[in-house]
Design a protein around this ligand. Structure first.
Ligand SMILES: O=C(O)CCC(=O)C(=O)O
Length: 254
């Protein structure tokens, strides 16, 4: 399936899985870099205790509180991570989607996401746009699986078509999570799907697509790389977190 067909699926259902997007050798290099980065414990890091998600340790001193959840600024950490974020294939994909030159945000996602056994907590239903601020709600993230991702090790779940829904503020809680306790929301959530991913697969998803992820019930750490992009004409709002870091312009197609 070509990029145009993949983009049509993204536009229709709010996400699309592209099997084998990352070549095997590159996956190996990224996996090695990911393990080196995790072992090196280099800031900026986000810990399970920082999240306040259901089931996460409540403080840094609680058991598992200093389990790493995100190694932030993936782009700046390792040339392999920068390379995949700005690769020609990814740039072309994003340019085809946005129809213009594309910027990589360093303020949103831009992380190596780890989910650990035992303390890797679940993420409730949400739209990524909840804490982002741009002229238009039109950004796309790409999630690269560096190993298998299944329901058992905390894979993503998506609600097909949810990126097109207009929800009132009452459908979300104070932390802007989609309220699973409401009957109307619960009916939507019953349609959710969790695509199985293999190492090297990519999932592209819209910033308004409802998604969540489970706990890691396996005995191995799950590693994923996540980046977010927007078209040049869709500027981050000055003074917000979205505008807090210089973005990376992906060189336009020659
Ligand atoms: O791996 C997870 O728990 C999901 C993370 C997520 O949905 C997010 O960071 O927006």
């Amino acid at each position: 399936m070509n990029a145009q067909s993949q983009i049509e699926i993204l536009r229709g259902q709010g996400y699309v899985v592209v099997p084998g997007f990352v070549p095997a050798l590159q996956v190996t290099k990224l996996s090695v870099a990911a393990r080196v980065q995790l072992a090196a414990y280099v800031e900026p890091l986000e810990f399970e205790a920082d999240l306040r998600y259901p089931g996460a340790p409540r403080s840094h001193t609680d058991a598992g509180g200093e389990t790493i959840r995100r190694l932030l600024d993936a782009y700046g950490r390792d040339p392999e991570f920068a390379g995949i974020a700005t690769s020609a294939r990814l740039r072309e994909w994003m340019e085809t989607y946005f129809g213009e030159a594309v910027l990589l945000s360093r303020a949103h996602h831009n992380c190596l996401m780890t989910k650990h056994p035992l303390y890797g907590s679940l993420t409730g239903w949400h739209r990524d746009i909840r804490f982002w601020s741009f002229e238009r709600e039109d950004l796309v993230s790409v999630w690269f699986a560096l190993g298998a991702e299944t329901v058992d090790n905390g894979a993503l779940w998506f609600v097909p078509g949810s990126h097109k829904a207009a929800f009132g503020a009452d459908r979300f809680d104070d932390a802007k999570f989609f309220r699973a306790d409401r009957a109307d929301n619960a009916a939507m959530l019953r349609t959710a799907e969790s695509p199985r991913l293999a190492a090297g697969d990519a999932v592209f998803f819209h910033c308004n697509t409802l998604h969540s992820a489970g706990k890691n019930l396996s005995d191995a750490v799950k590693f994923s790389l996540v980046y977010s992009y927007h078209g040049r004409s869709n500027a981050a709002t000055a003074g917000t977190r979205s505008a807090s870091k210089a973005e990376i312009a992906l060189p336009p197609r020659q």
